[in-house]
Design a protein around this ligand. Structure first.
Ligand code: ATP
Ligand code: MG
Length: 760
């Protein structure tokens, strides 16, 4: 186990290119003196000691556990750099300009809402067409073969068709844009938390995602569509948050739920205006979707489809609940928690296995195809062996009836369940009249679908977890409802109602969302009176599930070693951890006026891949335990722009002569700053000097040496910081804290753990 290389599949191809290299693992820092390894000779010698204890090869390799934090993930700058250029620009813009900026923000939110809805419509319509096509092709075959025997031929056709379609989707994901795999929620969670996940907000990712979703749903995988189409080409987290809200809102017709989703799952930073704008995007998205779909269903202007995933209204008398059912709901919630935890544990082991052994794109595609074939086979077997025939209704609500071995005028209900897209199946489980399903059928379906959905999540396809969980929960919830009404013979136990509660419980047990999920389900079912039971169910599911294992998204975030900051600092009540324990030391600093050669050398030094550097007054001979007084902080990206434009004092490029760097020069380089290696500096230029003062952030946040971990964490989290400078009482720089230094501390059942920082 220990000689397995860690491979991070969220990252893009260029990182994978290095997957074969063995990355050095930074040694664990002893508790109490966690200092930056690359800068501290003491720790380096410890490194040697470790190397002597273990066989020489082992420290070079990274055992894959979730107890690592990857140094590869960088942070986003959620803190405004108020340097001189920025202030100048602000002065120039004036109050009118600010209004224009604000209006354009609203306009972008409008666009986000509209675009999200349009993309959702396109996906939905194409998937529906695919499903129709598949049904058409297979129905005739199956009908013919049922009469003449040789049904296995239609299995082969079905399986090949599914595998083919899934192959297209997974090739796209595995070879073109790996970050488009999965539901996207963990990635967006990280992005909004402040971690830069490469390629998350790129147009290419959006395209791959859209195509990937279409292929994987059409290919019959146990997935749901995801509509969080936040992968648009805007680099702003607020827009990403708005996009996430708009996506959920379009998917479920739940504008408020969308906003709350964004708030609960994503946005680390929130304010009143943002809430408004995001709500705006969210409502626009529901409306647009409604509008377009009404046109598509040729009832133009009759706004009857607020969301894509329509749970149907729960308005029937039978579907109301009575107070004495609440304990039953709680039990269902607990079952959901347990079943969700089981789901997550199995998926956790599966993901570990995938990280170790299935990291080549080709293997990933093969696995996805295998799953498609197995899914088709299992579905087929279950359809074949189930003799659950239901009469075809007068009103013909069943969209894809397959007769198989049933009498004329009847259809096989298992076949319908497997043939439908998952959200249609959810709807039937919610609303089909009692007696539509045979308990054995539903039971078998639950079991097989549980395993299939579990296997499917994490494949290299764009797939979500929402709909599969809802379907699974609806199935076992319905089963409970059927059993209840059999036992009690009472008509209060409407199976559809229990299907709804079960769906909520299962989804809550897997993803552990409470607030937003309650509202989403409430909005999607259009029934406010279900608010209380659904809230109770989701809370129970979360508590019970949390007792065993974390939510699915968090598991995946940890497995990718993302330095993710939780809402709350780790509990440190038993031991005081101060900034001096957390910080890196000594710090690589710059002075306000620096030699170009020195700057270039420092930045190109492989051991100094930091992104932020405190700017200090000249070192006052205090040795290495502290540096000069803190004057500001400057980012690597800013220095690179300076070097690129050769903003050297001697060249008179600014200050004395006409040309001055402006904020625009920095913006033009954003977001893909060139690496330092690509910047050419001649021998002569190395002798020049540069003045960092106008470009640095002159008011960085700093914290005293003995502040507690708790305090640093809160400051960091609330302000969305990237670097926090630790100063002594004379404002001399003594250390630096970054996200990774904080994310390293994690609270587990064994107490406070310290994770390792690894280069992978
Ligand atoms: P990020 O990667 O979050 O964008 P960064 O690259 O500047 O920011 P990290 O990658 O978090 O910083 O830093 C890795 C380790 O190096 C951390 O332990 C951090 O404290 C340390 N470190 C960061 N910047 C400096 C610096 N200027 N001098 C010394 N140590 C630093
Ligand atoms: Mg870094």
């Amino acid at each position: 186990m220990s000689n397995v290389l860690k491979k991070i599949s969220w990252s893009s191809r260029d990182h994978n290119a290095h997957a074969g290299e063995r990355s050095p693992l930074l040694p664990a820092r002893p508790q109490g003196s966690p200092e930056a390894v690359e800068d501290d000779p003491e720790v380096t010698s410890q490194d040697d000691k470790i190397q002597n204890v273990h066989p020489p090869s082992s420290p070079k390799e990274i055992p894959h556990t979730e107890n690592l934090l990857s140094l590869k993930y960088e942070s986003l700058d959620y803190d405004n750099c108020e340097n001189q250029l920025f202030l100048e620009e602000e002065r120039k813009i004036g109050p009118r300009g600010f209004r224009v900026v604000e209006i354009s923000r609203w306009f972008i939110c409008l666009l986000i809402g509209i675009l999200t809805a349009l993309i959702a419509c396109i996906i939905d319509i194409i998937i529906e067409k695919f499903a129709d096509l598949k049904y058409l092709v297979l129905k005739d075959k199956i009908d013919a073969f049922t009469l003449n025997g040789g049904l296995s031929v239609s299995l082969v056709i079905w399986a090949t068709m599914n595998a083919g379609i899934v192959m297209l989707g997974s090739i796209l994901v595995a070879f073109v844009e790996p970050v488009a795999a999965g539901s996207g929620v963990p990635q967006i969670k990280c992005y909004l938390n402040g971690v830069k996940i490469p390629h998350v907000v790129r147009l290419k990712t959006l395209l791959v995602k859209v195509l990937g979703v279409i292929f994987s749903v059409s290919g019959g995988l146990a997935v749901g569509k995801i509509f969080e189409h936040f992968r648009r080409d805007t680099e702003k987290r607020d827009f990403v948050a708005a996009g996430a809200a708009a996506g959920v809102s379009a998917a479920f017709g739940a504008p408020v739920g969308g906003v709350l989703f964004s708030l609960e799952e994503g946005a680390s930073f929130w304010n009143q205006y943002l809430t408004w704008r995001i709500f705006f995007a969210s409502v626009i998205s529901t409306f647009t979707l409604n509008f377009v779909l009404s046109g598509y269903h040729s009832q133009f202007g009759q706004l009857a489809n607020p969301g894509l995933i329509n749970f149907g209204r729960f308005e029937d008398k039978n579907e109301a609940y009575t107070w004495f059912e609440i304990p039953l709901f709680l039990i269902i919630g607990a079952i959901g928690g347990i079943s969700g935890a089981l789901f997550n544990s199995i998926n956790y082991w599966l993901t570990m296995f995938r990280i170790r052994y299935i990291h080549r794109p080709l293997l990933q595609v093969l696995e996805a195809m295998l799953v498609a074939v197995v899914t088709a086979t299992i579905s087929f077997l279950m359809i074949y062996f189930s003799d659950d025939c239901q009469p075809l209704g007068e009103d013909n609500v069943v969209e894809y009836p397959l007769q198989l071995f049933c009498k004329d005028g009847e259809y096989n209900s298992m076949a319908t369940t497997f043939f439908n897209t998952p959200e249609k199946s959810v709807r039937s489980l919610f609303h089909d009249p009692p007696g539509s399903y045979n308990p054995t059928t539903v039971g078998l379906f639950c079991l097989s679908y549980f395993l299939l959905a579990c296997w499917t999540y994490g494949l290299s396809v764009s797939s979500g977890i929402f709909i599969p969980s809802l379907l699974l929960g609806a199935a076992w919830g319905r089963l409970i409802g059927i059993l209840l009404s059999n036992i009690s013979n009472a008509n209060w136990a409407d199976p559809g109602k229990y299907a709804l509660i079960g769906a909520a419980a299962q989804l809550g047990g897997v993803v552990r969302m409470t607030l937003s999920l309650t509202v989403i389900i409430m909005e999607a079912t259009g029934n406010v009176s279900y608010g209380l039971p659904i809230m109770l169910v989701l809370m129970t599911a979360k508590w019970v599930g949390d007792f065993f294992i974390e939510g699915l998204y968090d598991i995946h975030i940890k497995l990718q070693s993302v330095p993710f900051l939780d809402w709350e600092p780790p509990a440190t009540s038993h031991s005081h951890i101060a900034s001096s324990d957390v910080m890196s030391h000594p710090v690589v600093c710059f002075q306000r006026i620096e030699k170009v050669g020195h700057v270039v050398d420092l930045l190109s030094d492989a051991t100094c891949n930091h992104n932020g550097f405190p700017v200090v007054d000249e070192q006052d001979g205090g040795g290495s335990d502290h540096f000069g007084k803190l004057r500001g902080i400057i980012l690597r990206s800013q220095i690179i722009v300076l070097l690129k434009h050769k903003a050297f004092i001697e060249r008179g490029k600014y200050g004395m002569l006409g040309y001055r760097l402006t904020l625009k020069d920095f913006r033009d380089a954003y977001p893909r700053f060139p690496p330092i290696q690509s910047i050419h500096v001649s021998q002569e230029e190395r002798e020049c000097t540069m003045d960092l003062t106008p470009f640095m952030n002159p008011a960085p946040y700093s914290i005293p040496q003995d502040a507690s971990l708790n305090r640093i964490f809160r400051l960091f989290r609330a302000l969305g910081l990237r670097h926090l400078v630790v100063c002594n009482s004379e404002n001399h720089v003594v250390g630096l804290v970054t996200r990774k230094d904080l994310a390293r501390y994690r609270w587990s059942e064994h107490g406070l753990e310290e994770l390792l920082l690894a280069q992978a």
